[in-house]
Design a protein around this ligand. Structure first.
Ligand code: NAD
Length: 479
């Protein structure tokens, strides 16, 4: 019998009659735990608790908020091996990446502990004599934080930490597929000294729990990370209730490789960006746009490197890729591998289901060549270890192909030309631009987010997080 994990509402563990198992994708016989599935009534209870806690929490001193966030960050960092193993076990990313993500989550709490102290405002003279004006920031209120399954420690951290630092209360709804790591974050933050009701955790299916949350008039702001399709419905619901909304969604990120690129750098950057974490990163490079002279050498070197990639149980040290997250994602990846071939692309390497010692969702990373920008594999987000090479005549054509997408999260270029690198930084239509670096892998102290259909609303993370988690007040004083 595996352990049962409850929702957290108003400072209490609230059990639910209904629970869902958290299955290890490296070994489907292994159940990580049984996680509560909240009801719509639980969601209302959580929103009411967050509302009741808001007045007290929003009037705490910056020192009190610093202390709690700092303590939470310290515990996360001290337990990063344990948290990273749990993450790898329930999500399937290599344990080293899981530990890295736990470290990042801890660092995010430390950063936003500092942000609680770094308050500022403006004092101005009015255009009318004798009147003074102050422009200050206040918390927004009750924030709904809705997160996906691919970064189940880091993304909750980068929503919960700033929301708390700036004095908001939270109802947190993680992805149902990977609830263990988010549960640990909520537990650690609660025990760091939060008053009851400031952080509430409701787990369960998005269609029921997430939808109930975003359609409630009791929520003042919704921070969502997930797919474009769900993001759109979240935004529509938020507009109806008048809640402020921030969406981070999918990507179809291009990586350009120019003739003058250093080949080993190009291969290392492309393999990392396209396949690491089984391609299940919103910033993954799924379109590799390669110019004529280097194309064949690049493809050959990619295939050689891919042959050496070790795909195995996420908890085994030294692996390159774990399994994909579940059967549904595996079926989707295999379907796109089929679609690509039917569209006339050449499957140059991989794409087979792999058998390992335990039953899991193992997939050999796949590389397509001879693809065109209009193919579905080059337009739709697959979210698996599948990348397509597009041949381009020169830099100008490569840039045009890179920008020809409804998405705009991340983009990259591998080149030794300062001229092309500088031009690309200015003209790539994406929120993140990487030169000689993978399109994925971001720092925690700078803004993160995309353009076009990838993002909506203010940026997350770094000093820019306050744009979403605070509201500006302009106060006039006549002596
Ligand atoms: P998803 O959209 O299926 O789910 C995201 C969250 O929304 C989950 O918690 C889910 O339960 C909830 N949800 C589902 N239906 C809902 C509804 N009707 N109302 C409210 N909430 C609802 O996404 P996913 O499969 O968990 O994650 C993968 C997606 O996330 C990919 O598209 C990926 O690109 C994207 N992603 C984006 C970023 C980014 O920062 N841009 C980061 C990570 C992942």
């Amino acid at each position: 019998m595996s352990t049962a994990f409850s929702n957290l509402i108003d400072g209490h563990r609230v059990d639910a009659g209904d629970r869902a198992p958290d299955i290890n994708p490296s070994n489907t016989a292994d159940t990580v735990g049984e996680y509560a599935r909240a009801t719509a009534a639980d969601v209302e209870h959580a929103i009411a608790a967050a509302r009741a806690a808001f007045d007290g929490w929003s009037h705490t001193t910056p020192q009190q908020r610093f202390d709690i966030l700092d303590r939470a960050g310290t515990e996360i960092l001290a337990r990063k091996e344990e948290l990273g193993r749990l993450l790898a076990r329930e999500q399937g990313k290599p344990v080293a990446d899981g530990i890295g993500e736990a470290g990042r989550a801890g660092a995010i709490f430390k950063y936003f502990a500092g942000e609680a102290l770094r308050q500022s405002g403006d004092r101005l003279d009015s255009v009318r004599p004798g009147i003074e004006i102050e422009v200050t920031r206040e918390p927004v209120g009750v924030v709904a934080a809705i997160t996906p399954w691919n970064f189940p420690l880091a993304i909750p951290a980068w929503k919960i930490a700033p929301a708390l630092a700036f004095g908001n209360t939270i109802v947190f709804k993680p992805a149902e597929l990977v609830p263990g790591s988010p549960w640990m974050i909520a537990d650690i933050v609660q025990r760091a000294g939060l008053p009851a009701g400031v952080l509430n955790l409701v787990m369960g299916p998005g269609s029921r729990i997430g939808a109930a949350l975003v359609s409630s008039p009791g929520v003042d702001a919704v921070s969502f990370t997930g797919s474009q399709e769900v993001g759109r419905s979240v935004a529509e619901a938020a507009v109806r209730t008048g809640a402020r909304v921030q969406l981070e969604m999918g990507g179809k990120n291009p990586l350009i490789v120019l003739d003058d690129a250093d080949l080993p750098t190009a291969v290392a950057v492309a393999v990392n960006g396209a396949f690491f974490q089984a391609g299940q990163r919103c910033t993954a490079s799924s379109r590799l746009i390669v110019t004529e002279q280097i194309h064949d050498r690049f493809v050959q070197a990619m295939i050689e490197r891919m042959k050496a990639l070790v795909v195995d149980d996420a908890l085994k040290p030294g692996i390159d890729l774990g399994p994909v997250v579940d059967q549904r994602q595996l079926d989707k990846d295999l379907e796109y591998i089929d679609v690509g071939q039917k569209e006339g692309a050449h499957l140059a390497y991989g794409g087979d289901r792999l058998q390992r010692a335990t039953e899991g969702f193992y997939l050999e990373p796949a590389l397509f060549t001879d693809t065109t920008p209009g193919m579905r594999i080059n337009r739709e987000e697959i979210f698996g270890p599948v990348a397509a090479v597009i041949r381009a005549k020169d830099y100008e054509e490569a840039l045009a192909i890179a920008n020809d997408t409804p998405y705009g999260l991340s983009s990259g270029i591998v080149t030794t030309s300062l001229k092309h690198a500088s031009h690309f930084k200015r003209h790539a239509q994406s929120g993140l631009v990487m030169v000689n670096l993978p399109t994925a892998g971001l720092d925690y102290h700078v803004p993160f987010g995309g353009r076009k259909k990838s993002s909506y609303g203010p940026r997350e993370q770094g000093p820019y997080a306050k744009e979403f988690y605070t509201i500006v007040k302009t106060a006039y004083v006549a002596p």
